[in-house]
Design a protein around this ligand. Sequence first.
Ligand SMILES: [Cu+2]
Length: 104
Amino acid sequence: MKKIIFILAASILATVSYSADHIVVQKDKTFHPNYIKAKVGDRIIFKNDDGFAHNAFSDSESDEFDIGMQKPGQDVVVVMKNPGKVEVECAIHPNMHLTIDVQK
Ligand SMILES: [Cu+2]
């Protein structure tokens, strides 16, 4: 029984180590942090901590996405699929910028 638990724990750890979570908080019309180093397969979790809606989108070739309307208090997860520099903006507040440097 102990051996089975050990194997189970080891396989869970192995799975977790393949990808990481990066939390980006949108607060006062700013992405915090505004620069992230990530790897392919990592999850970017956008947390809207403002009292109004936000958005996050990227037209960057390597990882194009658009999370649409993100309500206050809402979390949205985006997975980085390809290596490259990903420039993220908010469609509602054009001054909001975030760079995600995705490596292999
Ligand atoms: Cu915004």
